[in-house]
Ligand binder design. Sequence first.
Ligand SMILES: [Zn+2]
Length: 464
Amino acid sequence: MSSLILAGCQRNIKETVDIIIQNGKIIDLETGQITQKDIYISNGRIKNLENPDSPLLYNGNKLIDAEGKYIVPGFWDNHVHFRGGKNLISNNRKFLKLFIANGITTVRDAGGDLTPSVLQWKKSISEGNLTGPEIFTSGPKIDGPNATWTGSLEVDNELDVQIALDSLISLKTDFVKLYDSRISGELYLKTIEEAEKRGLITSGHMPFTVNLDETIEAGIDAIEHLYYVMKGCSSMEANVTKQLQAESIGFWGAMPLLLDSYEESTAEKTFALLKANNVYVVPTLYIGKVLSYLDEADHKEDTYLKYLEEAFIKTYEGRINGALRASAERRIERKNLDHFFGELTNNLNKAGVGILAGSDCGAYNSYVYPGISLHKELKALVNAGMSPLEALKASAYNGSRFLKKDTDYGSIAEGKISDLVLLAENPLENISNTQKIDFVIKGDAVYNSEELGILLKEAVIEKN
Ligand SMILES: [Zn+2]
């Protein structure tokens, strides 16, 4: 009896929370179910989810009427790059606003040459002094001597591997990103094994001189891009690998051989191995399409060019010139490959392999713009055959699980960080509705559509 009275008293003296979002339709990314709830937010976390019919539990400093709106976890772009050298630091910093304006509340930075700046931004964002998404970063990539990307940690022997991993640990980065331009197959596998021993999360490209099952066995946690998965689906992988080791063919020379020798039974085994080892795959389909059609598409009128400095746009030239120099045969191969990667993504998803939605936006990656490109990736995943729910899952839900951050992120539940997007229309009916953003909530910060518009305006680069 006394406890009942006490409970009654507590209801009368209402506590105040930071934000109350009323009557929104919450999308459960696990089941696709939609339920109407009030969301109480306090100190950047979801304090309660309540039936809208029940009387308000608390007073709210801010009330958001979400009647008719669909609420999803803030989007994750699971593959971005902050990079391009000192001159482009300020332009990269402005991208933080583009991410929030596009509902992206978390990005996974897959390696670059601006690590000190990235870590500084992360800190300022967490302290509320800078508008931007949560950043999880690999810091510099690991590669071999004379690596393609500046800022990479170059390993040439086993001691280098230890030194590189130690340096990443001291930087407190969130995962280890491996690259494949110069690292030997042996040291590549060694790096994964050593990182796993230290409890680090690994993701990467894969030197084509290595077999995919060796990489999975070494313990890799995610495969970035589909070339390497395709290699593991070829009935001729061993033979092609030998040719690559003998240097009688190179990466692009191997591509048509691997494409032509795709074998369903081999693919099924590979998918099962990926799934059994909980290896995520990051298809980066949208950038694949953009790069495959650089020789045809005209990007001069792209509206997102206004967010890029001239020096940033200049970094796009390498890939553009490469595409224009390519032979007619190579251009066709590239387009065939692009088509095949859509099918491969669909097959991976059907086989139950975890998919991560990532755009690969950043300097050098021509016309794949920060912010908007994640929505294009979600669309590409659906065009490939995934359901809108599966595509949404590939963003925040799988992204947080891959980085082992799912106690804080990835779904709308009591206790989780309140990174949310309120959409005007149902994204499960049409994935393009992820762009119909009415509100973005990042922790205890609320951005309505007007404020999101201001962020976009502030991100524009003034040009002479
Ligand atoms: Zn990348």
